[in-house]
Write a protein that binds this ligand. Structure first.
Ligand code: IDP
Ligand code: MG
Length: 156
């Protein structure tokens, strides 16, 4: 089971799309193990996006991410990192496939609604950045045995 860090960016919160986007992840069967509304600080935004420092869009990106509250989620599931990236779609709303979150809800390249970790290393680092100890919860879901085939002892 993987856990990935998802951010509903300021445009998603301001446009009232949190519920609709969350519903897609819940419908998929992903388990919410962390969730909070927060204001990202300048420091946190620059640490989170450190790999993009120096790029032409970097200052705008940090300005955008710190401009208004975001909702951060930790989602758990089989292959969750790749599954969420696929559900998000390509980076730019203008060319993201229909059926994806970015493809269905936006047309902007900068305001693209959602962030998702892109590797297990990134997921671990980002969950550590956005969640404190005790904010990632471990619990059983009654539906688990219908989301996954558990007949072999492991979720399939
Ligand atoms: P990703 O979010 O799909 O992983 P990255 O290339 O990691 O895309 O870029 C991080 C974020 O930076 C994007 O989600 C988007 O908000 C912003 N961004 C990336 N490239 C551009 C650009 O060319 N113009 C404006 N914003 C960009
Ligand atoms: Mg990225």
């Amino acid at each position: 089971m993987e856990t990935t860090l998802i951010i509903f960016k300021p445009d998603a919160v301001q446009r009232g799309l949190m519920g609709q986007i969350m519903t897609r992840f819940e419908n998929k069967g992903l388990k919410v193990v962390g969730a909070k509304l927060m204001q990202i600080s300048q420091d946190l935004a620059s640490t989170h996006y450190k790999d993009h420092q120096g790029k032409p869009f970097y200052d705008g990106l940090v300005g955008f991410m710190t401009s208004s509250p975001v909702m951060v989620l930790a989602l758990q599931g089989n292959n969750a990192i790749a599954v969420c990236r696929k559900m998000m779609g390509a980076t730019f709303g203008s060319n993201a496939e229909s059926g994806t979150i970015r493809g269905d809800f936006g047309v902007s390249n900068s305001f693209n609604l959602i962030h998702g970790s892109d590797s297990p290393e990134a997921a671990e680092r980002e969950i550590g950045l956005f969640f404190n100890d005790g904010e990632i919860l471990s619990y059983d879901r009654a539906i688990e045995g219908w989301v996954y085939d558990m007949s072999g002892g492991e979720p399939e």
